[in-house]
Design a protein around this ligand. Structure first.
Ligand code: CA2
Length: 145
């Protein structure tokens, strides 16, 4: 079974509980369960992880590098705009990387317009709400056919 990791950055544990006008009403558990089910039906293993700590996200990327994970879907949240360390970790991962943002970061404050992670990402999805995660998953599975 091919394996995918979905990695959620800081504050995304609050999804569905605050700022629904920006991030929608779906909870993180709802997103993860729906992705897990979709992957499983297609014969893929999907693991997910959320952390508010940069080092834990980096450790999860290192684990993915060693455990046969073939693709990472990552919403680095605010670390998108600050973290060279997450970029470096992703650069050491050989599989596919898709960067997802729930909101359209380009319509928001200027500091959200730059992404370190985009320097490594094979694809970037922004502004589709939580459907962006599904688009990323479908793209990864379609590319492997
Ligand atoms: O649009 C996205 O997915 C972001 O990655 C979300 C980050 C933000 O810093 C990025 O610029 C864009 C923020 C995640 C915070 O998530 C919350 C969800 C619900 C309530 C409060 C925060």
């Amino acid at each position: 079974m091919q394996k995918i990791l979905v990695l959620h950055g800081p504050n995304l544990n609050l999804l569905g509980t605050r700022q629904p006008e920006i991030y929608g009403h779906e909870t993180l558990a709802g997103v993860n369960n729906a992705l897990h089910e979709k992957a499983l039906i297609a014969g893929w293993e999907l693991n997910y992880r959320q952390s508010n700590h940069e080092g834990e996200l980096i450790d999860a990327i290192h684990t993915a590098r060693d455990d046969g994970t073939c693709a990472i879907i990552i919403n680095p949240a605010a670390y998108t705009h600050t973290s060279i360390a997450i970029l470096d970790a992703l650069n050491a991962f050989e599989g596919k990387v898709i960067e997802v943002h729930i909101s359209n970061v380009h319509q928001r404050e200027a500091f959200r317009h730059h992404s370190y992670v985009s320097l490594r990402a094979d694809g970037v999805i922004a502004g589709l709400g939580t459907q962006g995660y599904h688009a990323a998953l479908e793209a990864i599975m379609a590319a492997a056919k």
